[in-house]
Design a binder for this molecule. Structure first.
Ligand code: PEP
Ligand code: MG
Length: 556
């Protein structure tokens, strides 16, 4: 029977497909003992699991071909190594369960490999993967990490970190549902970047059985479990109609009376550029460069590698505006070589610009790479710093940009309430502001953006957040400077109108949201947007603010 669950819709569209769970990394089986008479049965279970995993690896290898086939076949051989199997049998014979016997036998083999020279030590990760596959099979739980599937699926997870999702094949993920996370969590950001529907903060998401068919409505936050044929058809038709209406809206962002609001794209790297261009982005409003740094946790990417990535992006927007954010490491985006491991409260610790000022060589390399990447290109390069708290921070960043000989505009992100309160002071040092409403909400409401339980406070419609946006925008206007929004707030079409009414000068969002926002702006005048903004600020709660703005904009 069809049931409906409700979470928070964070990425538009409808996805219908089978549920696959993101496996947890916690695969150490309990160290229970079994009586001697069960040993033979457990040995049989272990053998069957090993054989099934080996067969699966070989089948995958055949499908993949090329280099991957060799790697997968080598893994299958590891799984069936006779000495390893003999050790598993021995351990079960003296009281281990099958899963514990496999786990411990692999652990001692792993220690041998790790100390046996560079080549074999390099195979440890493959061995761990084989062990995880066998143990997961024995425990009847999903494999850790991204699920293996040849068919497209809806991904269910507690939450998704950037490192988890780096391996996702966008062709296979129809949509996301997460138990944790708010509208500004990385799951939400990634879903928008991929252009797939997503719902976050859905209590009980992880209880949805593997293989269940669900329909995800990323606009409303509704999840239909085992949807009827009629419901599927209804959802699919609504999605097609919405798409058709959207494709009719093109051109630069503007209100119906011609007040322009450039619509820019948030990107994580060159791979996101084609979607941004296709959506008609007028440039890039936030290039999150930390994704370039995820490949190697020990060191920053070389200057050459950075130049290449930056140049690819800059070339895609000739004459356009590209705002690059320097590395924002720490808190929800830790990097081993930069982020202190022992911070009691990482979100309030050395992150963002603070971390770069502690490691000036990393900042210098990045700024130099940007300067070189922009050489000879007609692009309007702008560079901004994350987590600027005050004028001292802004000055330190501007000094670093000048020292690197960067011919670009320098700006500051407004993510900390102090920066919104003192926007005019910050603008004595830098030339533009960009509101990071995700972190601004986190710090205004003392509500961790990764915790689903406080997603109410992460709602960008919270009137206190709107007050801070208005304050920063007023400060920028008084200084004759621009003040955009690049947080997720900009991707909500109704809120985009309100932000425009608050005085924000550009909106940057995941490419998939651009048509929705363009179409909403085009339906209202600036004066209507201003009235909607005033009505939202006069409300006491996020829900009331949303309702009040909707009433103004729909002329109710
Ligand atoms: C923000 O905080 O709003 C922002 C745009 O930066 P990020 O989401 O990458 O922290
Ligand atoms: Mg931020």
């Amino acid at each position: 029977m069809e049931t409906t669950l409700r979470g928070v819709g964070v990425s538009h569209g409808v996805a219908i497909g089978e549920v696959r769970h993101m496996g947890t990394a916690m695969l150490e089986p309990p160290a229970e003992r079994i009586p001697a008479e069960e040993a033979e049965r457990e040995q049989g279970r272990a053998r069957r699991a090993v054989e099934a995993v080996a067969a699966d690896l070989i089948a995958r290898g055949n499908l993949a071909g090329g280099e991957a086939q060799g790697v997968l076949e080598a893994q299958a051989m590891m799984a069936q190594d006779p000495e390893l199997m003999a050790d598993v049998d021995r351990r079960i014979a003296v009281g281990s369960t099958a899963e514990r016997g496999v786990y411990d036998a692999f652990a001692s083999y792993r220690a041998l490999l790790a100390n046996a020279g560079e080549y074999l030590a390099g195979r440890v990760a493959d061995l761990d993967d084989v062990r995880n596959r066998i143990v997961a099979r024995l425990l009847g739980v999903p494999m850790p990490g991204v699920p293996d599937s040849d068919e497209p699926f809806v991904l269910i997870a507690r939450d998704l970190a950037p490192a988890d999702t780096a391996l996702l094949d966008p062709a296979l993920v129809l949509g996301f549902v997460t138990e944790e996370g708010g509208p500004t969590s990385h799951s939400a950001i990634l879903a928008r970047a991929l252009g797939v529907p997503a719902v976050v903060a859905l209590p009980g998401a992880q209880q949805l059985a593997e293989g269940t068919v669900i329909a995800v409505d990323g606009s409303t936050g509704d999840i239909f479990v085992e949807p009827s044929r009629a419901k599927r058809a209804e959802l699919e038709q609504a999605a097609i109609a919405r798409k058709a209406a959207l494709s009719a809206s093109t051109g630069p962002g503007a209100t119906s009376d011609g007040h322009t609001v450039p619509l820019l794209a948030n990107i994580g790297g060159p791979a996101d550029v084609p979607a941004a261009v296709e959506a008609g982005a007028e440039g890039v409003g936030l290039f999150r460069t930390e994704f370039l740094f995820l490949d190697d946790s020990e060191r920053a990417p070389s200057e050459e590698k950075q130049i290449e990535a930056y140049r690819t992006v800059l070339r895609a927007f000739p004459e356009g505006r590209v705002v690059v954010r320097v590395l924002d490491a720490g808190a929800d985006k830790p990097l081993a070589f930069l982020t202190p491991a022992d911070e009691p409260n990482p979100a309030l610790g050395v992150r963002g610009l603070r971390s770069l000022l502690d490691h000036p060589e990393v900042l210098r390399t990045q700024l130099t790479a940007l300067a070189k990447a922009a050489e000879g290109l007609p692009v309007h390069l702008e560079v901004m710093a994350p987590m600027v708290a005050d004028r001292t921070d802004a000055k330190a960043f501007a000094d670093a940009c000048r020292e690197a000989g960067l011919g670009a505009k320098f700006g500051a992100m407004v993510e900390i309430p102090s920066a919104a309160l003192r926007s005019r002071s910050i603008l004595q040092e830098v030339e533009f502001l960009s509101l990071g409403t995700n972190d601004l909400a986190q710090y205004t409401f003392a509500a961790d953006r990764q915790v689903g339980a406080v997603s109410r406070l992460q709602d960008p419609w919270q009137p206190a957040l709107l007050d801070l946006v208005a304050l920063a925008a007023e400060g920028a206007r008084a200084e004759g400077r621009s003040c955009g929004v690049c947080g997720e707030a900009a991707s909500d079409p109704l809120l985009a109108c309100v932000l425009t009414g608050l005085g924000v000068t550009s909106l940057s969002m995941g490419a998939a949201s651009i048509p929705y926002v363009r179409s909403a702006l085009a339906q209202h005048t600036l004066a209507q947007c201003e009235r909607a903004a005033a009505a939202a600020r006069a409300a006491d709660t996020a829900d009331e603010a949303r309702t009040a703005a909707r009433a103004v904009l729909s002329g109710e």
